[in-house]
Ligand binder design. Structure first.
Ligand code: PLP
Length: 421
């Protein structure tokens, strides 16, 4: 099946061979209701005006496009950051939750549910729900509840109920399963606010369109600073893929711009768990969509891992699978220790504490500057801030107090090993 035009999926939500709606019969009514709402409500001028005003006045958009002088000098290229970490609540997730919460209200539903890994999407949903007067329940893997205790407390302060998923790997995919069950049971009153460009149609398109503001702003801001030019590459980390799709969308038609997505390679040891669904996964159906995922030959979902909780997911949005299949976007993976290296580099060189998720995108550029044009312009999506990851970083340093100085001094930047596709 071919998409209707470049990036619009078919009516049943296909991007090439990927996407679609693989849901039990019981979920078809709310999924179809959402499809109609996306076409009628989200597309209306009234909705778009209200959405844009909230992003401006409440979220703080446009977020800055920052040229990093120190890293640029060291790498020999112009290194820019799209500062989604400066958004209200500290990550790109808020763009999408404001959109979906506003839609929930306009659909006349009083309750919103969500799943969260790193906790950023949960905090963003709880925030949007509080602001728009919706009841909010957030599902979260038990392990993530422990890893991201600070974000759990934030959600509770914002009035949300946090429900831990105690089954399976006790991470994001188990939280999604609980949320889907809740949606089936409460579909008349409840909207399921999916946190990435995943799930059955129309979610991948809906979430992408709410996140597309990232790339649209970056494109305009970059052009304004460079007398109308385009960057050579835009780079973003890929968990489910929403910050990357948001960043890529405006640039997809600009074929001179390389679109680079960076997945998590985990420890990189043979047989280790990782989260590189595009680089190392195979096509299959997962949580309502046909996409690339980590599975055994028998089709069992494999556990995933990343030092960055928000990347710890065994699937990826179907539009990414399609962009990879068509060759329009390139996807690489980066190991935990290289992401930590980038975390420290950004702290010390630019005074910015990045999320460990975003550190994967930064780290790929630090380690692969020689794959990019000398003196060229690269925009990295800094999807979130790293306060939420202080516990993880401290744990790494507690296990190996020399990790920071080793990583930072010995393996800094372009001297690091290259990651393969
Ligand atoms: C800061 C941050 N960046 C990136 C991600 C990964 O999600 P996505 O690939 O949908 O942008 C997360 C997920 O929680 C996140 O919190």
């Amino acid at each position: 099946m071919t998409p209707k035009k470049d990036t619009t999926p078919t009516d049943s939500g296909y991007y090439g061979e990927f996407g679609g709606r693989f849901v039990p019969e019981l979920l078809m009514p709310p999924v179809l209701e959402l499809t109609r709402a996306a076409q009628e409500i989200v597309a209306s001028k009234e909705f778009q005006d209200e959405f844009t005003a909230i992003l401006r006045d409440y979220v703080g958009r446009p977020s800055a496009l920052y040229h990093c002088p120190n890293i640029s000098r060291e790498l020999g290229l112009e290194f820019w950051l799209k500062r989604e970490d400066l958004n209200h609540t500290g990550a790109h997730k808020i763009n999408n939750t404001i959109g979906q919460a506003l839609l929930t209200k306009k659909m006349g539903k009083p309750r919103i549910i969500a799943e969260t890994g790193a906790g950023q999407h949960g905090v963003a949903t709880a925030t949007a729900a509080a602001m728009l007067g919706l009841e909010c329940v957030v599902y979260m893997g038990e392990i993530d509840v422990e890893r991201q205790a600070h974000n759990v407390r934030r959600m509770e302060l914002l009035g949300a109920t946090v429900v831990p998923a105690k089954n399976g790997t006790k991470t994001l995919k188990d939280a999604v399963n609980l949320a889907l069950k809740d949606w089936i049971a409460n579909q008349r009153t409840t909207h399921y606010c999916i946190g990435s460009v995943i799930g059955p149609h129309p979610f991948p398109e809906l979430v992408r369109d709410f996140q597309a503001v990232i790339g649209l702003e970056a494109k305009e801001q970059f052009a304004a600073r460079t007398m109308g030019r385009l960057p050579d590459a835009v780079v973003a980390c890929v968990g489910g893929g929403s910050n990357a799709m948001g960043m890529f969308h405006a640039f997809v038609p600009e074929t001179s711009v390389r679109l680079i997505g960076v997945e998590a390679a985990g420890t990189g040891e043979p047989g280790c768990y990782h989260s590189s669904s595009l680089s190392q996964g195979t096509p299959g159906v997962f949580q309502g969509t046909l996409t690339k995922l980590l599975q055994t030959e028998q089709g069992q979902i494999e556990p995933s891992h990343s030092v960055a909780p928000g990347l710890d997911y065994p699937g990826v949005g179907p539009e990414h699978a399609w962009l990879q299949a068509t060759g329009r976007a390139e996807y690489y993976c980066l190991k935990d220790d290289r992401a930590l290296n980038a975390f420290f580099v950004l702290c010390r060189k630019e005074g910015i504490i990045p999320a460990l998720e975003s550190s994967h995108a930064v780290g790929w550029v630090l380690d692969n500057a020689d794959r990019l044009p000398k003196g060229g312009n690269v925009i990295v999506c800094l999807s979130g801030r790293g306060d939420k990851d202080m516990g993880i970083v401290e744990e790494v340093l507690a296990k190996d107090p020399s990790a920071y100085s080793d990583i930072y001094s010995a393996k800094y930047a372009v001297k690091g090993p290259k990651e393969g596709k």
